[in-house]
Design a protein around this ligand. Structure first.
Ligand SMILES: *Cc1c(COP(=O)(O)O)cnc(C)c1O
Length: 365
């Protein structure tokens, strides 16, 4: 099997629209907060029903920025999953706080509200649910828990653009939401992200921290006649070139999701009987949430069967992958596991899960 014939896990879908939009961006200035940034922020705010949207250089940076703007810092604890990408926990460390891992529930593979409740202490300042595979977590329970205990909810919605929970957009349900436009995500500009913020005061802080701690954005709006250093911050502004790519991607958002949904449905139809016979679980469809077909996975009854199937598919030119190495079992993350703590669902799922190729360029056969 030649390299060209391999079926890969994910493929971004770019065409002439992206390149012509980039050319258009070059007709003006290409720094951050230019015309395409403004346009995409407005489109995302409308799409998500979010009050404030800021484009960022990545989802990792959006997570850092959100925690910084919410005032999470040294001495604070942030509850997050171990079954997630490293960025979720890294963002917590970047602001000087401590990640505390909670287990996931067995159905949507998102944070388990009951286990989150067990991890809350007087030092807990925030909870970061991650919407795995673009399937929203049990948000009502998590939000209620957070409200009762007075802690923030920051959604790691890196994979969840377009997903909904009880009719509302994932990533616009908590105090803040963070999206990724990395090339492996449903909508992409190579590298990029976005932050949603619910509260006006927090949004104003985020706007400043995103611009090196200056009020440059207010200056660009004409609200102030010079800009100056007014808080700590960093450089999280996305170039207008990349925003132009996002603008073209949003034009075909419906078609991206139609194609992904079609591939998922074909997997379901084709694999359902086989899965039942072999005790393999397919992603669950839940009444109160609509995913965005970011990932299609299989959950095997045991690790060896999974590994054997992966090797066999590879020999036929089909690339699959498993993830995540649970953060609490990684060389670095072990230190953050509480001494009496077990994360049985996380460990079982991580050893049994296999991702199948899923992207808009996948052909039916
Ligand atoms: C992709 C991903 C990220 C990181 O996104 P970047 O834009 O690459 O920083 C964070 N969290 C999760 C769950 C992801 O899947």
């Amino acid at each position: 099997m030649t390299q060209e014939r391999m079926i890969t896990l994910s493929e971004p879908w770019y065409d002439d629209n992206e390149t012509s939009r980039v050319r258009e961006a070059f007709s003006g200035r290409i720094g951050g907060d230019g015309p395409f940034c403004k346009r995409v922020e407005t489109r995302l705010a409308r799409l998500l029903g979010a009050r404030h949207v800021l484009l960022t250089t990545s989802c990792t940076h959006a997570l850092e920025l959100s925690l910084m703007a919410l005032g999470v810092g040294p001495g604070d604890e942030v509850v997050c999953p171990s079954f997630t990408f490293v960025s979720t926990a890294n963002a917590v460390l970047r602001v000087g706080a401590r990640p505390v891992f909670a287990d996931i529930e067995d159905v949507a593979l998102g944070l388990d509200p009951a286990d989150v409740a067990r991890r809350l202490t007087e030092r807990t300042r925030a909870i970061i649910p991650m919407h795995y595979a673009g399937q929203p977590c049990a948000m009502d329970e998590i939000l209620e828990l957070a409200r009762k205990r007075g802690v923030f909810v920051v959604e790691d919605a890196a994979q969840a653009l377009g997903a909904t929970y009880r009719g509302q957009s994932a990533g616009a349900l908590g105090d803040a939401g963070c999206f990724s436009f990395h090339e492996t995500k449903n909508v992409t500009c190579g590298e990029g992200g976005a932050l949603t913020v619910a509260d006006d005061v927090v949004a104003a802080r985020a706007e400043i921290m995103r611009e090196k701690g200056t009020n440059r954005k207010a200056f660009l709006r004409g609200d102030v006649d010079k800009y100056t250093w007014i808080s700590e911050g960093s450089s999280y502004v996305l170039s207008d070139i990349l925003a132009a790519v996002l603008d073209a991607q949003l034009d075909k958002l419906d078609e991206i999701h139609r194609r992904r949904s079609r591939a998922s449905s074909l997997y379901r139809a084709g694999l359902d009987d086989w899965a039942k016979r072999g005790g393999v679980r397919l992603p669950s469809a839940l009444d109160d949430r609509r995913g965005n077909d970011h990932v299609f996975f299989l959950l095997f009854p045991d690790e060896r069967v999974r590994d054997r199937l992966q090797a066999r598919l590879r020999s036929q030119g089909i690339l699959t992958a498993f993830h995540y190495v649970p953060l609490h079992t990684s060389a670095f993350g072990r230190a953050f596991l509480l001494h009496d703590q077990a994360l049985p669902v996380t460990e079982r799922v991580a050893s049994a899960l296999l991702r199948l190729p899923l992207h808009p360029l996948l052909e039916d056969d």
